[in-house]
Design a protein around this ligand. Structure first.
Ligand code: AMP
Ligand code: MG
Length: 400
């Protein structure tokens, strides 16, 4: 069908001109979920010296087997003063520095201690149970790359490299506006013909999970003045993105195009060749990126997954921005697809070591419950041929 924008083209337009936000320094302990704005170079070498990886005895391998006098002791944080003389052994514990002269550790289970001597029945391999200096990382060498989203493991690495603070990109600030005369806030009493607004809370949760700051602007009625006022206020407050839901199709009350026109801008696109979520809009209102999502809850969610997520990750400075597609096996037969790229809500179950994905038989884009129960979206490209149960397909897992 003419006039529909392919998903990939729409995404390219959403990302057009988007640059990572400016750098700021934050305490390393607050860096979980933040994105490094430059490579993190180690400030230390780890281990800082050769270290024992066992409780046992440090020796010169050439002295074994045999019975040796115990020259002293080394423990984590308490190194042995001096070097190990030939023909002696040192009592040593995990994490202790190896004394100069020693080249191996024999674990305590493999020796016989009696008074001040220790007997080694077997030979030792030089280097055994020794972690060499710099095994993990070395001073001056980058060990975490710009664009990495810090999680507990990379946070531990940054701390171990002795960074008290780390350079990250500022978080994207995202405002969320619901449009529609029919909407009331959760917990309110809906009047005749009204429904509870659910999109905004889901969008705010997505924004936070993507490492952004979410501001809920509430609901505006389908009126140009109210919508325009909300948009102008948002821009004045310095948000990076305004996400709207509703008012994006061609119906009489659909205002987002008018709002964008009033702001002297042109929407970047209008209808996307995808299902759910055909109407979608992007405009740049002097620095504020406006992303107009459809009102249908499933369409709003899927469009947020496909477009808002990547845009936020780009602004946040991440190097990995696209939704991850994985392989799975179809649990049912699927008919041939039409001209729109399909994102079918589906459940996943493991069977004989493979992930089997079963789309819900009903794919209405208003159905929040089906969405909440789904584990994945099955991606079907435009004009995909019929696919039989048991054949491979592509999925995007949904976060739990
Ligand atoms: P619209 O895009 O404004 O034409 O809305 C499409 C459908 O989504 C309508 O049935 C709306 O009632 C519904 N809808 C719009 N906004 C929301 C919202 N914030 N939460 C839940 N449903 C909504
Ligand atoms: Mg509406």
């Amino acid at each position: 069908m003419a006039g529909l924008t392919p998903v990939a083209d729409a995404l390219a337009k959403v990302l057009d001109g988007a640059e990572p936000l400016p750098e700021e320094w934050i305490p390393v302990g607050e860096a979980d979920g933040r994105v490094l704005s430059r490579d993190l170079v180690s400030r230390r070498t780890q281990p800082p010296a050769d270290m024992s990886s066992m409780d046992g005895y440090a020796v010169r391998a050439a002295d074994l087997p045999g019975t040796l006098p115990v020259a002293g002791e080394a423990a984590a944080g308490r190194p042995f003063a001096g070097s190990l003389a030939a023909g002696t052994a040192l009592r040593i514990f995990t994490g202790a520095e190896m004394p100069a002269g020693a080249d191996a550790v024999v674990m305590q289970e493999d020796v016989k201690r009696s008074g001040d001597t220790v007997t080694f029945a077997a030979a030792a391999r030089p280097g055994q149970f020794v972690r060499p200096k710099g095994l993990d990382f070395s001073e001056g060498v980058p060990a975490l790359s710009a664009g990495v989203r810090i999680e507990p493991r990379s946070l531990a690495l940054a701390a171990a490299m002795n960074h008290a603070s780390v350079p990250v990109h500022r978080r994207p600030r995202v405002a969320i506006l619901s449009t529609g005369d029919e909407l009331v806030e959760p917990g309110a009493e809906p009047g005749p013909g009204q429904i509870v607004s659910s999109n905004a809370l889901a969008l705010a949760a997505i924004v936070r999970r993507e490492g952004g700051e979410a501001t809920l602007l509430g609901i505006v009625p389908d009126r140009l003045d109210a919508t325009l006022a909300a948009v102008r206020r948002t821009r004045a407050e310095g948000h990076d993105i305004l996400v709207t839901s509703g008012g994006a199709s061609v119906g009489e009350h659909d205002l987002m195009r008018q709002v964008i026109a009033e702001e002297g801008a042109e929407p970047s696109f209008w209808k996307i060749a995808m299902r759910p979520g055909k109407p979608l809009m992007m405009a740049n209102l002097s620095g504020l990126r406006l992303l107009g999502l459809p009102g249908n809850p499933v369409a709003s969610f899927v469009c947020a997954t496909l477009f808002l997520g990547p845009l936020m990750r780009r602004l946040a400075g991440r190097s990995d921005i696209l939704p991850v597609e994985e392989g799975a096996v179809l649990g049912v037969d699927l008919a041939a697809n039409d001209h729109r790229q399909d994102y079918l809500r589906a459940t996943l179950a493991e069977s004989n070591g493979a992930w089997v994905v079963t789309p819900s038989p009903v794919q209405d884009s208003s159905m929040i419950r089906v969405l909440a129960e789904a584990d994945a979206l099955v991606v079907r490209v435009p004009h995909a041929p019929a696919a039989a149960k048991g054949t491979r397909c592509r999925i995007i897992r949904l976060a739990r």
